[in-house]
Design a protein around this ligand. Structure first.
Ligand code: GYE
Length: 308
């Protein structure tokens, strides 16, 4: 007997696998690179991709998942905008027998059988890496190190985890203090707007550093800092996360001090997982992306090698 009989009528074995992917939106360079990676990898793998952009809204993601269930896709992949509120729709997918792979961000649900695997970065570790860099950069000084923080989307796993990891790392030196912290929603425009407000509120006080949960917010903040007549990267140290090309360009220009890498190139791994799943293999519960830290000193050498 051939495997084809398992899949129903003759020819069914050649039927393309169908993957429904619910993407968060297009809020950052990271996100657009992630979308491109997934679309390209689906093409390369011969997998039919049903792609839904939720424009940052959880309700749109829930609608997309329900549509995928109605269309009886083979596998669902979800990058959840926030951590909570997924139980009902994930139970619907499970009841329909459709496996769900979480990509990029995790959900907070007590029943972990609602997804088969989670692939993405260790955001707490990214936050620690950012914090350790600043700790090292400012060590030996006597004065307080006042830090401004631009947080990611409220309720999103990378926002919570990157805050946690950073705070954990800077605890090692009591001089380092977060003076202000607010969400910039992972976007350049919001990053700029909030940084403007920060600088107004801080008028007359010394700000030593900015920690942005992603590069786009840092790039927006750099504009705000320049418009306020200060030198980003010099008057205010700037550390951010992702490692997008725009960040490397800003480092080459001397306006950003360091970026902690977070790779959006999850497409090939996701397609492999879809194929493995359909071949009856059990996926690892957790697949962690490997990534590094890039300070401004290596930016010019690294920039031509960057793939996103
Ligand atoms: O860092 C940010 C994006 O979830 C890791 O989302 C992702 C984050 C990324 O908008 O730029």
């Amino acid at each position: 007997a051939t495997g084809a009989t398992l899949c129903g009528p003759a020819g069914a074995a050649d039927k393309k696998l169908v993957l429904g992917f619910s993407q968060i939106g297009a809020e950052s360079e990271w996100r657009t690179a992630n979308t491109a990676s997934i679309k390209q990898a689906a093409k390369d793998a011969g997998i039919e991709l049903k792609f839904a952009d939720a424009q940052q809204k959880q309700e749109n993601q829930i609608k997309a998942l329900r549509a995928f269930i109605a269309q009886k896709v083979d596998v669902i992949a979800l990058s959840p905008v926030v951590e909570t509120g997924w139980g009902t729709v994930l139970r619907e997918a499970k009841a329909a027998g459709i496996p769900v792979i979480l990509t990029d961000r995790l959900v907070k649900e007590a029943d972990e059988s609602l997804w088969v695997s989670f692939m993405g970065s260790d955001f707490v570790e990214e936050g620690r890496r950012a914090g350790r860099w600043l700790l090292d950069k400012t060590k030996g000084g006597k004065e307080e190190v006042r830090i401004l923080e631009l947080q990611g989307t409220v309720g999103a796993a990378p926002a919570q985890d990157r805050k946690k990891g950073f705070e954990e790392a800077i605890k090692a030196d009591p001089r380092l203090k977060i003076a202000r912290s607010q969400t910039g929603d992972f976007s350049r425009a919001k990053g700029k707007e909030v940084m403007e407000a920060f600088l107004k509120a801080e008028a007359g006080k010394k700000v030593h550093a900015l920690y942005a949960h992603n590069d786009d917010m840092a790039l927006g903040a750099i504009q705000a800092i320049e418009e306020a007549g200060l030198k980003p990267g010099v008057d205010i140290l700037i550390v951010s996360i992702d490692g997008v090309k725009g960040a490397f360009q800003a480092m080459v220009a001397g306006k950003l001090n360091v970026t902690v890498e977070c790779s959006p190139l999850l497409g090939p791994q996701l397609m492999q997982a879809v194929k493995d799943l359909k071949a009856g293999k059990t996926l690892p519960r957790r697949m962690v992306t490997e990534e590094g830290v890039f300070p401004a000193e290596v930016a010019a050498k690294e920039l031509p090698k960057r793939k996103y």
